[in-house]
Design a protein around this ligand. Structure first.
Ligand code: 4AD
Ligand code: MG
Length: 432
């Protein structure tokens, strides 16, 4: 008999199927016994009635422990009360793969560290399953968005010779006879080179920050997608970010309602995520903070709390542009109309989720870029190849980076970014 998956039971109503999976839960009321099987695509209730199945099958109920792996044959019955709309009337349990030892994660409440230590098992629970499905959908929508607009995916290297986002958060490693190599903080510099070859590109991969911050928004390893477009300026960059965010959120709303329901997400908040997104300058953001009575000095970067307060003024993501250049990366172009600020944009998610996108128009003038590299005490030799992009046909260009985990956290409505990635890496955790 062909293998069937739980999320396909609708195609087989009234027919016999065979499922393979794990015991999620079981319960019994005398003559009727219920096995809840999960198979990765969903959970289905398998019903056994004494006398209607052989006793040898009925008694398997007693041996199956939580997370035991088995296969079941049965007849698919439509049942509107069932979560997936179908139940299975058991005919046989032809195979038990393994009787699981006592499973440490039970339906009772466990502490977060207990669960995090067992992340390899915790992933099996309904809530984590839902988050991973949404994450998958977000990643697919990211690819679909750029692929559908003529962007070329260009993978950037993970081992790099220099810093991209400041030297304080670099992971280093010995690299044979060549000295130190660094785990990439961002693929941007390589995306810029690729944009000069291909016009519209994106890179998408893991990035690393030796973040000393223990916040609910920081990981040391996270996934970032970074589009880069030749001849785009800051406004074009914001237009792209706006289209992009609307596309991601609307795709998740279209395809992940069951998962968002498991997560008890208030989707009305997500339905607002439509163009146009509000655009304010850093100066306007500072004014919001001062009006709210927060102690804030012009020139500082927005901290987590500042971002929360600013974003709470809006019902959708807000773009804050033109930050003081002093607090931003060396490659950002200064505003010709006010050199104190950079042509930079951060997109802050609503509901206090903070910065999900950071981007800018890039400095395209060779001499200015050289002096920035000096000001930031970066080793010029390591950037010679990057400077070549300004020597050979330099053009205005812009791009941004979207952090996948912060986006997943926001869309799923999670407390902490640690649940947004299968195996999180944080300052105090690199296991399992
Ligand atoms: O603002 P960031 O540092 O920008 C860059 O790296 C640019 N090179 C991107 C570009 O223009 N191509 O990081 C971009 C995004 C942030 O907005 C945030 O979503 C995420 O990456 N991010 C983190 N996510 C989780 N943990 C961390 N430690 C993160 N640091 C940044
Ligand atoms: Mg940033």
């Amino acid at each position: 008999m062909a293998r069937t998956y739980i999320n396909e039971l609708g195609l087989h109503a009234g027919n016999e199927v065979q499922l393979h999976g794990w015991l999620y839960h079981k319960r019994s009321s005398g003559k009727v016994r219920f096995l809840l099987m999960r198979d990765g695509t969903g959970v289905v209730q398998c019903v056994m009635v004494k006398g209607q199945v052989p006793d040898s099958v009925f008694d398997v109920f007693d041996t199956l422990t939580q997370e035991s792996s088995f296969s079941v044959k049965g007849k698919v019955r439509k049942d509107d009360r069932a979560p997936g709309g179908f139940e299975l009337d058991v005919i046989d349990i032809p195979k038990i793969y393994q009787i699981a030892m006592e499973y440490p994660i039970t339906p009772k409440e466990h502490g977060i560290e207990f669960l995090a230590d067992r992340r390899h098992l915790w992933l099996r629970s309904t809530r984590q399953h839902a988050i991973m499905r949404v994450r998958h959908r977000i990643i697919k929508s990211i690819r679909d968005f750029f692929d559908g607009r003529g962007f070329t995916l260009v993978d950037s290297p993970i081992l790099t010779p220099a810093a991209c986002e400041g030297t304080s958060t670099l992971f280093d490693t010995d690299y044979f006879d060549l000295g130190k190599a660094y785990l990439t903080q961002s693929g941007q510099l390589y995306a810029e080179a690729s944009a000069m070859a291909m016009g519209k590109v994106y890179c998408f991969g893991p990035t690393f920050r030796a973040e000393k911050s223990k916040t609910r928004r920081h990981l040391t390893e996270f996934w970032m997608v970074e589009p880069e477009v030749a001849f785009n300026d800051l406004n074009d960059d914001m237009d792209l970010a706006e289209d992009f965010l609307e596309y991601i959120v609307q795709s998740v709303l279209k395809d992940c309602m069951p998962e968002l329901k498991v997560l008890e997400r208030d989707v009305t908040k997500l339905q607002n995520v439509k163009k146009p997104l509000p655009r304010i300058t850093y100066d306007e953001a500072v004014k919001i903070l001062l009006d709210k009575g927060l102690p804030f000095e012009w020139g500082n970067d927005l901290g987590g709390t500042d971002e929360t307060v600013v974003s709470e003024q809006f019902d959708r993501p807000v773009m804050v542009h033109r930050y003081p250049s002093e607090v931003k990366a060396f490659y950002m172009k200064r505003d010709p109309e006010n050199p104190k600020v950079a042509l930079a944009v951060d997109v802050l998610a609503p509901e206090g989720y903070g910065e999900i996108i950071g981007g800018s128009q890039r400095e395209d003038d060779l001499d200015v870029l050289l002096s920035r590299i000096k000001e930031h005490h970066l080793p010029q030799e390591a950037f010679e190849w990057y400077l070549d992009l300004r020597r050979f046909g330099s053009v205005p260009h812009a791009g941004f980076g979207l952090g996948v985990e912060r986006t997943v956290g926001w869309i799923c409505g999670l407390e902490h970014v640690r649940e947004t990635i299968p195996f999180p890496r944080m300052i105090y955790r690199n296991t399992p």
